[in-house]
Design a protein around this ligand. Structure first.
Ligand code: ATP
Ligand code: MG
Length: 584
């Protein structure tokens, strides 16, 4: 397999991609210039995400353009123009005002991807209240925990989800004043109200109150891959990062049709499933249904998607399905494919070239960073297996914590250390809700320490090694699970891998791989030996796994990330810890 950099020739593009000259963009960069590309609230009243995403386009004469194209589970399609969206979000903001829900107060959702969810998020931001989206497949306990920890005053949900998951817990949530049902035509009680009725009765006009860029806007819980999910606080100023990454990373142009497959319950589904595309005035596709390989490929073709943002877990499922989308569907409109959430194995980047007709661009960020920080850009060569280079305006470094409160920057190329970001970018989280100490511990000197380990090469590309918690110490070597997983992924029998360190007195930890096989392959002792040998040849005996176990499915978060801590706990018979985000 050829993993040499993939060169891209901008002149061959149908649309000239943004960010042609990376170094110039970095050198000339100023966040003030980014702010000037946005409008700000009229009369200098501040900066509000929802205004930039919706009202600004109506004011600038784009009201009739399709903002949201919603694909329902049953095959129905609904289009909402920017003017429709302005009206519906105004109505929702007026509903909150009527219910006396004010600035900074929390509105939660527990909902599938339906249009009302989008009205609610943007309407809440207009009202300067704070939105916290929850993934609808959570069970009652994780829902109650988050509603309580997040001080929820309003919950937007469906009748079925309310009855099944929330109604019984309501007495233990005294702060939760109103439940707004998205699919009930009549109120059910004084505090269980019909959202369609409220929206219909509300005024279609709303003046956004003054909004300080530092006002809290969104609360997002992390994926829970390494432990108990944390509630990351974000402010309206984050829209600067959303705008900039929409331009440089996703390369959005106003005529684009864009599809982000993430659910709004995760930060990607909000930052890039709503805010960034709408701020750029594109047509944003929303798919209510869950992953299904063939339907997703058909959607890309039929909806003429130009830019697609998805995740390694979906790409691996597509790879596993054996589909060759490029041969079966007309993907000629697709211009750019990006992936986030987990390391993207080089194998998957190359698969994209063959199966989609385009390589897949990896990018890196976290719930805490609020937006993409490191990326393989449209107009630049892709280095398969690398997360890419920092966004202009973002200073990323490899650091070593040398003493309490002190970091040393790694100046050498190709040296491993902690990935850190210089504080002060607009979408940086402003706190972990109710956990100031934990927040403070994330910062050393002027650096935010991300908890991930990485290397930077001589050209400034960053390479993910692993989460600090997942690093394996074996016979004096530090082994990142990603390296081992990527090597095994190259074998045709392997569909997915999770690698852990298993305590072993002689060598510290032993590298163990859990392997899910491609369809058509059966677990067997000879195959196990073949894989052990295959990995040893690629990685050398110090790094290669010593044990392999076949498994049908790896434990994953509901956002699709392999939970190595669970593989390890199960292997060692230890308590599993917080499993609130574990996939069923
Ligand atoms: P928790 O913090 O609760 O354990 P989490 O870290 O998985 O959960 P997110 O904020 O959703 O929660 O995920 C961010 C993390 O995902 C990053 O810190 C990194 O470990 C991983 N990640 C995201 N994108 C990439 C990427 N392109 N390559 C490698 N890892 C990535
Ligand atoms: Mg994390």
């Amino acid at each position: 397999m050829d993993w040499s950099p993939i060169k891209k020739n901008p002149s061959s593009w149908r649309i000239q991609p943004n960010l042609i000259d990376y170094h110039k963009a970095c050198a000339d960069f100023s966040w003030d210039d980014v702010q000037n590309e946005l409008d700000g609230l009229p009369d200098g009243r501040g900066l509000n995400i929802a205004y930039e995403a919706v009202d600004r386009h109506v004011k600038n004469g784009e009201g009739e353009k399709t903002a949201l194209r919603w694909l329902g589970k049953g095959g129905q399609i609904k289009n909402f123009t920017y003017a429709d969206l302005e009206e519906q979000t105004n109505r929702f903001a007026n509903v909150l005002r009527l219910l006396k829900i004010g600035k900074g107060e929390r509105v939660f959702s527990l909902s599938g991807r339906i249009p009302e969810l989008y009205f609610a998020i943007l309407g809440t931001l207009k009202n300067t209240s704070v939105f916290c989206p929850l993934f609808s497949a959570f069970g009652p306990e994780p829902i109650a925990q988050r509603l309580e920890r997040g001080d929820a005053r309003v919950l937007v949900t469906s009748e079925r989800l309310y009855r099944k998951k929330v109604a019984k817990l309501r007495s233990s949530l005294p702060q939760l004043e109103y439940v707004l049902l998205t699919d009930s035509d009549a109120d059910q009680a004084d505090n269980v109200l019909s959202l369609p009725r409220l929206l219909a009765d509300a005024s279609p006009t709303f003046t956004i109150p003054p909004t300080d860029p530092e006002d809290m806007a969104l609360l997002h819980f992390t994926s829970g891959t390494t432990g108990k999910p944390k509630g990351a606080v974000h402010v309206h100023n984050a829209v600067l990062t959303h705008y900039l990454t929409g331009k440089y990373v996703l390369d959005l142009h106003p005529e684009d049709i864009f599809w982000c497959t993430a659910d709004c319950g995760w930060v990607t589904g909000t930052s890039y499933g709503i805010i960034a595309p709408l701020v750029h005035g594109v047509t944003n596709l929303v798919d209510e249904a869950d992953f299904e390989a063939e339907r997703w490929c058909r959607t890309l073709a039929e909806q003429q998607v130009n830019v697609w943002y998805t995740a390694p877990t979906a790409i691996r499922m597509l790879m596993r399905s054996g589909l060759k989308p490029h041969e079966k569907f007309d993907l000629s409109q697709l211009r750019l494919v990006h992936s986030v959430g987990e390391p993207l194995n080089p194998e998957a980047v190359i698969w994209g070239e063959e199966a989609l007709g385009l390589p897949i661009h990896d990018n890196w960020w976290q719930t805490e960073t609020g937006g993409i920080m490191i990326a393989n850009y449209a107009a630049m060569e892709i280095r398969p297996g690398s997360m890419g280079r920092p966004l202009p305006g973002i200073e990323a470094a490899i650091v070593h914590q040398i003493a309490e409160g002190k970091v040393e920057l790694e100046e050498q190329a190709d040296c491993e250390g902690e990935l850190a970001l210089k504080v002060g970018w607009p979408s940086m989280f402003r706190g972990y809700l109710h956990d100031d100490e934990r927040y403070r511990k994330c910062f050393v000197d002027d650096w935010y320490i991300t908890g991930d380990l990485a290397q930077r090469d001589a050209d400034g590309y960053f390479w993910f090694i692993g989460r600090a918690d997942d690093i394996i110490k074996t016979s004096g070597h530090m082994v990142g699970p990603f390296e081992v997983e990527s090597a095994l992924m190259e074998h045709p029998a392997v569909a997915e891998v999770g690698v852990i360190g298993k305590p072993e007195p002689m060598i510290g930890e032993l590298v163990k791989a859990f392997v899910a096989l491609q369809s058509g392959f059966e677990p067997s002792e000879p195959l196990k030996l073949e894989l052990l040998g295959f990995a040893r040849k690629k990685l050398g005996s110090a790094v290669a796994p010593k044990e392999i176990e076949f498994t049908d499915n790896l434990p994953k978060t509901r956002s699709g990330k392999i939970m190595r801590r669970l593989l390890k706990a199960r292997e060692l018979g230890l308590p599993e810890g917080d499993t609130s985000t574990l996939e069923d």
